[in-house]
Design a protein around this ligand. Structure first.
Ligand SMILES: CCCCCCCC(=O)SCCNC(=O)CCNC(=O)[C@H](O)C(C)(C)COP(=O)(O)OP(=O)(O)OC[C@H]1O[C@@H](n2cnc3c(N)ncnc32)[C@H](O)[C@@H]1OP(=O)(O)O
Length: 191
């Protein structure tokens, strides 16, 4: 397991990237400011490109003790309570995940659940599995910029099939989304 303690600066870099994604998404800057910001981002790419590594050596997504696992793709679950069978926590979807009219983009929700349910599917020594399906029911808009409550648990395991379910509730306590994923354990040698 890669240690977040040894890569503190990288963890902070990914946090800064998340903040940049939110800020860029919400900004309407004058052209000269947009150009300056682009040049800054291009400088980041120039700085980091020589340190590109193989998937096995990659840090993003693999610093698993960190909220968001030092990876800027999926929304971050802040875990309050967890076991090998369940997880409870909080989620704030930043401006980056806005779809429209205050509601989260519909695609950001399965992205979030694939990560949360998938990790639970693989937890508890169950080993690696892959998403066979992810069924998401949108019951009410999921607001951005507000603290949401998340719960997920392993519903049942049938041979190689792991059924994992999850919910999101808004600050009023209303259910906004429920989801079910089927994760199939990989056979030896299966990619
Ligand atoms: C640490 C990381 C956390 C993040 C986790 C993120 C996980 C991911 O996103 S993985 C990427 C997205 N998923 C993929 O790319 C998967 C692509 N698909 C595959 O690789 C394969 O189709 C795979 C592995 C899901 C299943 O294939 P295979 O291993 O051949 O299983 P197969 O023998 O056909 O089926 C096994 C069982 O699952 C069932 N099954 C498989 N797919 C489905 C499906 N889509 N719907 C319903 N049932 C299904 C089969 O019916 C069978 O059931 P039973 O045993 O009762 O007869």
């Amino acid at each position: 397991m890669k240690s977040a303690a040894e890569h503190r600066e990288f963890v902070d870099l990914v946090e800064a990237l998340r903040a940049a994604q939110d800020t860029i998404t919400g900004a309407s800057p004058p052209e000269d400011v947009a150009r300056k910001a682009r040049e800054g981002l291009e400088e980041v790419t120039r700085l980091l490109a020589p340190f590109t590594v193989s998937e096995a050596e990659q840090l993003a997504g693999y610093l698993i003790t960190e909220p968001g696992h030092a990876q800027a793709l999926a929304p971050v679950l802040h875990v309050d309570e967890s076991s090998t069978e369940h997880v409870r926590g909080r989620l704030v979807l930043g401006r980056y995940y806005l779809g429209g009219n205050g509601a989260a983009h519909g695609g950001s929700i399965p992205l979030f659940f694939d990560d949360v349910l998938g990790r639970l599917a693989n937890d508890g020594g169950r080993g690696t599995s892959r998403t066979a399906y992810l069924h998401v029911n949108y019951r009410k808009i999921t607001p951005v910029g507000q603290e949401l409550r998340v719960e997920a648990h392993v519903d049942r395991v049938e041979g190689r099939k792991r059924f994992v379910v999850g919910t999101i509730h808004d600050p009023e306590g209303d259910l906004t989304v429920d989801a079910e994923g089927l994760f199939v354990a990989l056979r030896p040698g299966q990619p």
